[in-house]
Ligand binder design. Sequence first.
Ligand SMILES: [Zn+2]
Length: 529
Amino acid sequence: MPDVACTLFGGNAQIGGNKILLRDGGIDLFLDFGMNFEANGRYFAEFLSPRGGTSGTYDYLMMGIIPPVSGIYRSDAAVEALDPIGWQEARRKWGEYEAHPTALLLSHAHVDHTGHIAFLDGDIPIVASAVSAQIVKSMQDTAAGGLDTEVAYWRERIDDPDRNRLGYLEKQALAIRRPWLITDYGNWSPAAEALWNHYPGVRGSITGPDPAPFSGKVASLAVRDYPVDHSIPGARAFAIETSAGWVVYTGDLRLHGATGHQTLEFAEAVRELNPVALLCEGTRVSDKPSRPANEDIVRDRSREAVAATDGLVVADFGPRNIERLRIFLDIARDNDRKLVVLARDAHLLRALHASDPSVPLPDPAAGLYVFRDREGATRGWKKDVMERNAGASVNWEDVAAFPGEYLLCLSVYDLTRLIDINPTGGAYIYSTSEPYDLQMELSVERLRSWVRRFNLTLVGDPEIDTPAHSGFHAGGHAPGEDIFKVIEIINPRLLIPIHTLYPDLMAATAAELNIPAHMPEFGVPVPIG
Ligand SMILES: [Zn+2]
C-alpha cells in the first residue's frame, strides 16, 4: 500500500456526489462529502424517499448511497453503532473501509458536494470559505429539517430500542454547531457572526464551537485554497502538500463566468507547485460539441424575452447564483418591473451579504422585493424574514392584480405560487445553470404542464434545440476545451478524472499532453507519487 493514496466513494465516472478520501500515512482528510444524485435517483424519488427520520442512515447505507466507511459517521444515527448486524451486511455488499479524517475540505455549497456531510461525525472540522459556510447554514435554516439536512449544525438523536428506532429526535433536542474553519476569516464580519448565531427555526438552545480561522494545515499537511469561478459564490479549489508532493483538487469550476480570471489564476498558481496529482472535474466533457453560452448571452436573450412580454415574467434560476440574480435585477429595472424573490431566497441573500456586502438585499431603492405568500409566515424563519423585510415585500394579491409589473424568481419546486397569482399569459424563462440530467427531464415535462395551465410561454426549453430556445442558461461548468486548457496549464504528473461521465475521454486528451491518467473506481485507492 503506497503512503499516499486517494479513494473515491462517489464522483468516480459520475457527475456529483464527490466523497474523496485522501490518505497520507496516518493522516486522513475528505474532499467534499456530497449527495450522489445518480445513486439516489436510481432508487428514490418524490414519494419514495429514504426513511431518514426513524431509521438514521440505514436506508442510505443499505442502498449504497453512502459508503460503509467505519469511523466517519455520527454515532447517534449511524448503523455501525446502532445496528451492528445491518452494518456487517452493508460491508459485505459494498466493501470494508475505515477512515479517521482530521478535517473535511469543502469546495462549495452545492448539494452534490455538501449533502451527506449531514451524516458525518459532528466533531470533524469543515474547512470552507466564509460564503460557503453561510450558504450551507442558510439552506439548512429554511429546509424541512430532516436528518439529511443537518450540514451546518445537527440535533442529537437518541436511541429508542423499544420502538426499534435508530435515531429518535426529541422536540427539545439540543442543536450543535459543527466545527467550521474559515479559510478567508477576514470576510467573517460581525454581521456574519450574528447570523451564524441566529437560528429562527430551531426550538431549544444551540451549543458547539464558534467558527475559527483555518490555520492552513490539516494535521501536519499544508493546505492552500484558491477562489475559482462557478455558478455559486464562495467556490474554492484546494492544494494539499502530501509527503509525495502537492495534490490539487479543482472542485467545480468554469472560465466563462464574471470571475473566470480566478480560475486561470488558480491554474497558474498551482502549476508552480509541480503537482504530483490533479483531481479534475469534467462535468461537460463529452463527445458531443458543447453549446456556446455565457452570462452575456443569457443577459441579452433574457432582456429581449422580458421586453417582449406584457404579463407576468417568471425567471427560473437558483438564487444562489448571484451573478444571474444581478442580471435579472438589471433587466427588471430596465423594464420597469419589480424583481421579487421568495422568503427562502431573501434569507440566503442576507447570509451572502454578511460576507460579501456587494450582494443585493431586498430594498425598494434597488427594485428588489420579497414575495408575501398567501399562506403567510407559518415557520419561525419565515416570520423572521418577513418582519425584517416588511418595507420591501410584495403581497401575492398585488402580483395577481398587476402581473405585468413584476419579474418573479421561482424554481420548478415553487410552482404552487402560480395557483395564487393565476396568470392568464406571460413568460416563464427557464434559466437554470445546473447540468441537465434525468431528474431534470422529468421536472421539465411537469413544468410544461404548469406553463400550459396558466397560458405562459416557456422560454429556453432545454430540450428544444432551436435559436428561439437557446442562450437562456449558461452552465456552471467549463466545457471540455476549457477543462483541457486548465489541465494543460497545471501540468500535473498524474490526472485523476472525477465528476464526469467521460473519464476515458479526459484520459485520452491528457495523453496528448503527455500527462498519464488513472481511472478511479469506487472504493479502490489510487496510489499517488
Ligand atoms: Zn457545483
